[in-house]
Design a protein around this ligand. Structure first.
Ligand code: LLP
Length: 426
């Protein structure tokens, strides 16, 4: 059986190991719930984009919303990545991790004036602007600071990314981007504003995309616009195709990053746009399969299965630690950290202790488990810790990064007192 996350995640003599480190041992040392990441897996995933783009003007901007822990960002800074941010908070994190604002693109459908000023002062590479109103506000803020804001317009190409409706963003009915048929007017408007400097065009059509066709369709739509906008006398320097490449959670077979990049480069070339700088904003495909969430079995609660009941395996990680199953009904593989001989497997719903029926991590999973066993939720490196909350006053998990023979605690387990430190009694 190949595990998603291979080659760094492997079962060896019954023990699940990440870069050779036993997940059960890491759980015993650092406690659970525990996120564990492989630094090599992150680096490899980034290098796959870089290698495919060699010899081309390009910038791969890690969409840090997928996992914004400082050591993860530092890993990408050292690998030479740029960053795609969506808030002033994310900009502060990039800078704290040693990143360079000139390699940052600022996305997001609702930026505040304060965030615009912060990003202008830091000197971000580009603002991905999503509406005419945002152009006006950004223009005013740039003029007030005596500078010009570099802008790209995020166009909604109206293509179906074929993914979950909550993470599909490139269709007409989505809140994102400027409608394709309004884009030329928006470019004319931008070019006329003295505080703006048009740099590029961008789109992002969704997440966990497993087909090439939507990317190619979206790029065609962008290039049509580039041609129209340039014919109107407004030069476009870069084309940013966003992120969205899927990973394998179960049996999905997304194209490899290299294959996706090659197909896009080929389209650029055949349409005569090969000279343009190409930007990417991958999140999940850089970190998703580099991480696991390790949790301990607290309670086994068998049900009257022949009477519509269910068997519940209650673990110490919950929807607050990993929201994807509850929010998107996402299927994430669950594996015992140590395989059990002599325990009869049953079909379990793996659920957390939070007081919601939606608090589940996996349903109908065949597992041989006993109380105290450790389970690993795989492919949890993206949108796991980054979406964690303190619901039920649960401190957020600790995070560990393994790197060859080294083990780094990159985030301490949250302390309960810090959860209400900013609160005041009447
Ligand atoms: N660029 C923009 C403008 C985005 O909005 C996103 C993700 C990305 C890039 C990176 O997309 P990726 O390569 O990671 O697919 N929480 C959801 C995913 C939400 C994605 C939001 N935008 C999940 O857990 O599936």
């Amino acid at each position: 059986m190949t595990l998603p996350g291979a080659p760094y995640l492997a079962r060896d003599a019954g023990e699940l190991r990440l870069e050779g480190h036993s997940l059960a041992e890491l759980a015993a040392r650092f406690g659970t719930p525990l996120y564990v990441y492989s630094r090599s897996a992150m680096r490899d995933a980034f290098q796959a984009y870089e290698r495919a783009l060699q010899g081309r003007r390009h910038l791969v901007c890690y969409a840090m919303k997928a996992n914004s822990s400082l050591a993860v960002l530092q890993t990408f800074v050292q690998a030479g990545a740029g960053f795609d941010i969506v808030s002033g908070g994310e900009l502060a994190r990039v800078l704290a991790a040693g990143g360079d604002a000139s390699r940052v693109v600022f996305s997001g459908v609702g930026k505040t004036r304060a965030e615009m000023r912060q990003a202008l002062q830091a000197g971000v590479r580009c603002f991905n602007v999503e509406s005419a109103s945002e152009l006006d506000t950004l223009n005013a803020e740039a003029l007030a600071l005596g500078c010009r804001a570099p802008v790209s317009l995020r166009v909604n190409p109206d293509v179906d990314a074929g993914t979950h409706p909550y993470i599909s963003t490139g269709l007409k009915g989505n809140k994102f981007g400027i409608a394709h048929d309004q884009a030329v007017a928006a470019y004319r408007h931008a070019a006329a504003l003295p505080g703006l400097h048009v740099q590029g065009i961008d789109c992002h059509i969704g997440s966990q995309i497993t087909q090439l066709a939507p990317y190619l369709d979206a790029l065609d739509r962008l290039l049509d616009l580039v041609e129209e906008v340039e014919a109107a006398g407004i030069p476009i320097h870069h084309v940013d195709v966003g992120g969205g490449l899927g990973i394998t959670y179960t049996d999905e077979m997304p194209p490899a990053a290299s294959e996706m990049v090659r197909a896009l480069l080929q389209k650029l070339d055949t349409r005569g746009h090969g000279h343009r700088e190409l930007l990417f904003e991958p999140g999940r495909s850089l970190v998703g399969n580099a991480g696991v969430l390790v949790t301990e079995v607290l309670v086994l609660k068998p049900g009257q299965v022949d009477d519509g009941g269910k068997n519940f395996c209650i673990v110490d990680a919950a929807m607050n630690d990993l929201m994807r199953p509850a929010l998107y009904e996402a299927w994430m593989r669950i594996e015992p950290c140590v395989q059990r001989a002599g325990v009869v497997p049953h079909t379990w719903d793996v659920v957390g202790p939070v007081c919601e029926s939606g608090d589940w991590l996996g349903r109908d999973r065949r597992l041989a488990v006993e109380c105290g066993d450790k389970l690993a939720v795989l492919s949890a490196g993206a949108y796991g810790m980054a979406m964690a909350s303190n619901y039920n006053t649960r401190p957020r998990a600790a995070e560990v990064m393994v790197d060859g023979s080294r083990v780094h605690l990159i985030r301490e387990r949250e302390d309960v007192r810090s959860l209400f430190a900013g609160e005041r009694l009447l």
